[in-house]
Design a protein around this ligand. Structure first.
Ligand code: PEP
Ligand code: MG
Length: 315
């Protein structure tokens, strides 16, 4: 039945009772973008832009960047593409914007923090995104990585709007911004939860340390308690709040996310079909019961077992 549903279901993601959930692709290169754009997705919910910057001795010019963005935007036609501005630094150092080594790279000068140290970096990127947008029909959204405070998203939003980019978001991947999502969404038009880094920072467990896998398990009840808190802020504000971390691509955790109030899921293209089929098999109320069961659990094993119990056996 799952195969049949997967083969039959196409178009926008919907729960069994019709709640729309945007299904989007994560992309990180022009090649990825061309493949994803040919897929059955409503757009890209995470366009990682690091590929333009890493391994270079000088920053890419506005013209170079514009050309790359144009290729990607053109492929998506009039669909939505959420560009995440440069998330370099620390373990992904830039030869042309170095602040010396960090002792704790994950807690160091990365993401928006690096952009703030080298302001020209962000302005150039935003200008290129706006120029490429003007050459295509794409619905472009921009979002900042590693937002930790309201002041930071205000700084980013001002820069983006000054560049003519009017749909501005914050990634929620630092616990402080999840806690303060309500205030972040007074400034931002949308938010997107990066569960990879949110797990790392919530559990103080380096995402590159394999031996801490149990803490980084996406079934950790504490992660979903915090996701629900942030998603509630989105629901109250009437603003989109998505997930673009790995957890959103799991067919069962996607249900937990939707039950929490998440309005879009962005994942690698290969995962979209199963997630779409899983949504089609469950009602919003079933998803909500799953979210409650996860939050009430004490361990990842317990939360997964509780959701399996509530889920259609064919998932
Ligand atoms: C995340 O942290 O969940 C995320 C989507 O961003 P990245 O994996 O690029 O850090
Ligand atoms: Mg991240």
């Amino acid at each position: 039945r799952r195969e049949r549903l997967q083969a039959e279901s196409e178009g926008p993601g919907r729960t069994k009772d019709g709640r729309h959930v945007e299904l989007l692709a994560n992309i990180g290169t022009i090649g990825d973008a061309l493949v994803a754009a040919a897929g059955d997705v409503e757009g890209s919910g995470l366009f990682r832009s690091e590929f333009l910057y890493l391994g270079r001795h000088s920053a890419p010019t506005v013209e170079e960047q514009t050309e790359s963005y144009r290729e990607v935007f053109e492929a998506f036609g009039s669909r939505k593409v959420v560009v995440r501005t440069l998330d370099a630094g620390a373990d992904k150092p830039l030869a042309f914007a170095s602040l010396g080594p960090d002792v704790n790279p994950a807690l160091g000068m990365r993401g928006l923090r690096l952009q703030r140290e080298f302001p020209g970096l962000l302005e150039t990127q935003l200008e290129a995104i706006a120029r490429a947008r003007d050459l295509t029909d794409v619905d472009v959204w921009v979002m900042a990585p590693m937002v930790a405070t309201v002041a930071e998203i205000r700084w980013f939003a001002d820069a983006a709007r000054a560049a003519g980019l009017n749909t501005v978001g914050a990634m929620i991947e630092v616990p402080s911004s999840a806690l303060r999502a309500e205030r972040i969404l007074e400034v931002a038009d949308f938010a997107s939860i990066g569960t990879n880094d949110l797990s790392q920072y919530l559990f103080a467990a380096d995402r590159l340390q394999g031996r801490l896998g149990h803490l980084l398990d996406a079934w950790q009840p504490g992660l979903w308690q915090l996701v629900k808190h942030a998603a509630d802020a989105g629901t109250r504000a009437g603003k989109p709040i998505g997930i673009c971390g790995e957890a959103g691509g799991d067919p069962l955790l996607a249900l937990v996310a939707v039950g929490a109030g998440i309005s879009s899921l962005s994942m690698s293209l290969t995962k979209v079909g199963l997630v779409r089929a899983s949504l089609a098999m469950h009602t919003l109320d079933q998803c909500r019961a799953m979210t409650d069961a996860v939050i009430a659990s004490l361990t990842p094993e317990e939360s997964r077992a509780a959701v399996l119990e509530l889920a259609d056996p064919d998932v």
